[in-house]
Design a protein around this ligand. Structure first.
Ligand SMILES: [Zn+2]
Length: 262
């Protein structure tokens, strides 16, 4: 029963993330106005229920028959699933709230980066300061006894995270003769460090690259087999999703993975 409640809660947050993903790059308010279809019609509440409405409508708007991208459903389903898994792995309510909030922020950043190749400072730098405050107030998030040692973990994570990826970016530029990793990614790994410390940063960067390669290489090959003629490898690839995949994996099972390896 409780898990169903957590799933529904996650789906609702996912629905809010969809609003953020659409409206933040457009510079619109994420609170007002109420959701509208692209044709301008206001969406009634009973057609705006997370997950269910999309399934019920078969991915088509009722007002004008326009297609509703499957991504709305995917974001809601991903968020709901993440909430359940984070809940199952959390040992306290504050840790669940912090973990699921952190994952939600990362999801929004990843999808916005895929759409626009931008990471907004309000989310990355803003998130980093939230990470510092949370570390100070809730030391149990970092498995620490005192707020100060927890804050030190958070600060060192932010410094190492952005420092590390900065030097990776410098080397990437030397090798590829063009900007390989943007400033947004540097700030984002700082945010990740503020939440999960320097070990989490290392995991997010290298683990994220490894997992993404394992996921994307086979899909690229399959894609290539299906669409031989139209296929082109994108020249620039958003990097935030890679870091996000790594750090969400770390939140969910990083500690166990690290213990298994070392
Ligand atoms: Zn419409």
């Amino acid at each position: 029963m409780l898990l169903i409640f957590i799933f529904v809660l996650g789906a609702c947050i996912g629905s809010f993330l969809n609003v953020c993903i659409c409206r933040i790059p457009a510079g619109e308010s994420i609170v007002f106005p109420r959701s509208r279809c692209k044709c301008g019609a206001q969406i009634p509440w009973h057609l705006n229920i997370p997950l269910l409405s999309w399934l019920f409508l078969g991915g088509k708007a009722q007002c004008c028959g326009r297609g509703i991208p499957a991504r709305y459903f995917i974001v809601e389903f991903l968020t709901a699933t993440l909430f359940v898994v984070v809940f199952a792995r959390s040992n306290s309510l504050p840790n669940f709230i912090i973990g699921s909030g952190f994952c939600s922020l990362l999801l929004a950043i990843a999808f916005i980066d895929m759409d626009t190749m931008e990471i907004y400072d309000a989310m990355s730098v803003g998130g980093m300061f939230v990470g510092f405050v949370i570390s100070l107030l809730f030391p149990q998030w970092h498995d620490e006894q005192s707020g100060i040692s927890s804050l030190v973990k958070s600060l060192s994570g932010a410094c190492l995270g952005s420092g590390l990826i900065f030097w990776v970016a410098v080397m990437g530029e030397m090798v590829f003769k063009k900007e390989a990793i943007g400033g947004g990614d540097v700030k984002l790994l700082g945010t990740i460090g503020a939440f999960i410390g320097w070990k989490g940063c290392l995991f997010s960067l290298f683990g994220g690259c490894l997992i993404s390669t394992l996921i994307f290489l086979p899909s690229l090959l399959i894609w290539k087999l299906i669409k031989t003629k139209t296929f082109t490898i994108p020249r620039i690839i958003p990097f935030a999703p890679v870091l996000v995949i790594g750090s969400i994996t770390h939140v969910l099972c990083g500690r166990n993975l690290l213990e298994m390896l070392f």
